[in-house]
Design a protein around this ligand. Sequence first.
Ligand code: AMP
Length: 401
Amino acid sequence: MTEKPALKLKRLQDMVVKGKRVLVRVDYNVPMKGGKIEDNARIRETLKTLQALIDGGAKVVLIAHLGRPKGKPEPKFTLKPVAEELAKLLKRPVAFAAHCVGPEADKAVAALKPGGVLLLENLRFHAEEEANDPAFAKALAKHGDLFIQDAFGALHRAHASTAGVTKFLPGAIGFLVQRELEFLDRVIGNPQRPFLAIIGGAKVSDKLGVLDKLLDRVDALLIGGGMAYTFLAAQGINIGKSLLEKDQIEAAKRVIEKAYSKKVECLLPADHLAVREIKPDAAVTVTQAMSIPPDLIGVDIGPHAIEFFQEQIGKAKTIFWNGPMGIFEIEAFAKGSVAVAEAMAEAAKNGATTIVGGGDSLSVLAKTGLASKMSHCSTGGGASLELLEGKALPGLVALAS
Ligand code: AMP
């Protein structure tokens, strides 16, 4: 496995910020419902960096993305509600500009006073952001004298605001990124064993590579959520109408074989909650075993699986969790995810190191009020997985070079 090289990174505290325009990349990709912020954790996590900049007399220009607006403005993905929430949390005004580049943004930046804060509109309203377009990166860089990278959740992407911009401005990492790296590096470098990873969610194809690499690090791997069904199918088990990525079956088989050869326990749900139709008031069947009848869809792990997952969590000294165990957005199918969260909180109380990454897993913690019980909640699902995988994060490589 390619280990990530040690990167030499400047830190916010190494920089002189007084009177300077400081361009800060933050991760404000918060869960929204009907124009309201469902969980402000990602905003709260940036306050330490922002307060240090404000107290240091910097002019703070924030850049961020929200959702997947496909490279053009879409009102439902505006960052305006985030500016309002940030103002409440900082207890000071936060200016908002309806564009992240161009005359309106330039004017808003020019109007900033030392200690002032400005949030620019969603970077992803421009296709150039994800394309890492140099001209767009340069236009963003124009807003600052210094660049602070504090968007841990965006570091695994080489975008204009994470990689491109670093070519035009001196840069450093903010306090949020520092904390994430310190914590995840410590756990990756020298985890207390047994080390257990629990991986769920729907995107099998996104996570198979990570699962493969995790097998080099962990002692046991629990797979739940929609992705478990591709693994069950790979073992010839009937999964009814459950989520399946047919083109990933061979890869799933390879993961299972690798786990076997490395003597890593790779465990799948022993039973499931299944429904005929995915809707909140659907009649729920608890399957008798691992297999699912032909007309049913698996929507959550079942009671036996919960019990077994809880036992495994109880035995582990380091636990990493990414991805829900079921369609947790519907309360009746959130039992498995809540049970994992509760078992991890209990394990943390008993001295285990518990790390949770990924927006959906964090939503489960927010709903159950268990976030503060974990050793560490990572603001970046993808980035934390890639760090665990041993990959260098493009956003950090760009900053270090
Ligand atoms: P991901 O982005 O891959 O972490 O997937 C998160 C999504 O997985 C959530 O929106 C869940 O609703 C979904 N999910 C979890 N379990 C299942 C399942 N059994 N069937 C379909 N989707 C699921």
